[in-house]
Design a protein around this ligand. Structure first.
Ligand code: TQI
Ligand code: ZN
Ligand code: ZN
Length: 169
């Protein structure tokens, strides 16, 4: 079953659109940006919130960046595997990914020759759930389940994820 963060923080009632931006220090290609767009779309399909990219990092609701090790928020990344990414609860908006991972942005993670390959879209869908206010779920098939097997792709919301987010929005 789904859960929320303590106090059930969420984006304000009536929020219709949220903007996201990539750290200007990144030079992400269009393929990578499309992976994030697809991940946001999973959640906009089941809520009344739409997501759009903006180039203004400072004013974006959701701020995305890839960082390594200690990156100044007290939650240092740990190199290959372990913590892959983290996102803060509403309405903070910070969404950080560990630069050290072998991120798979296109192609099939299950066929990667890299034993540490991590599917970017799978992690992004999960972290966006946190950004919107979902905690972890006890349902193994759910996007918000707290663990994922390596070299697995899991990008489709299941009823448990949908029920959870529709309680919030
Ligand atoms: N990052 C953890 C996560 O997002 C960070 C975390 C630990 C956390 N405890 C938390 C976040 C409690 C909110 C509330 O869950 S992670 C997965 C999964 C991670 C793990 O790097 O371990 C995914 C990130 F579910 F697959 F194991 C993304 Cl999809
Ligand atoms: Zn961080
Ligand atoms: Zn999580």
């Amino acid at each position: 079953h789904y859960s929320f963060f303590p106090g059930e923080p969420r984006w304000p009632a009536g929020t219709k659109s949220l903007t996201y931006a990539f750290d200007p220090n990144e030079n992400l290609d269009e393929t990578t940006k499309q992976v994030f767009a697809n991940a946001f779309n999973q959640w906009s399909k089941v809520t009344t919130i739409t997501f759009s990219e903006t180039t203004s990092f400072s004013t974006a609701d959701i701020k995305i960046g890839f960082y390594s090790g200690d990156h100044g928020d007290g939650e240092a990344f740990d190199g290959v595997l372990g913590t892959l990414a983290h996102a803060f609860s509403p309405t903070d908006g910070r969404f950080h990914l560990d630069k050290a991972e072998d991120w798979v942005v296109s192609g099939d993670v299950t066929e990667s020759t890299l034993s540490n390959a991590v599917d970017l879209e799978s992690v992004a869908v999960h972290e966006i759930g946190h950004l919107l206010g979902l905690g972890h779920s006890s349902v193994e098939e759910a996007i918000m389940y707290p663990t994922i097997s390596s070299k697995t792709r899991k990008v489709e919301l299941v009823n448990d994820d949908i029920d959870g987010i529709q309680q919030l929005y």
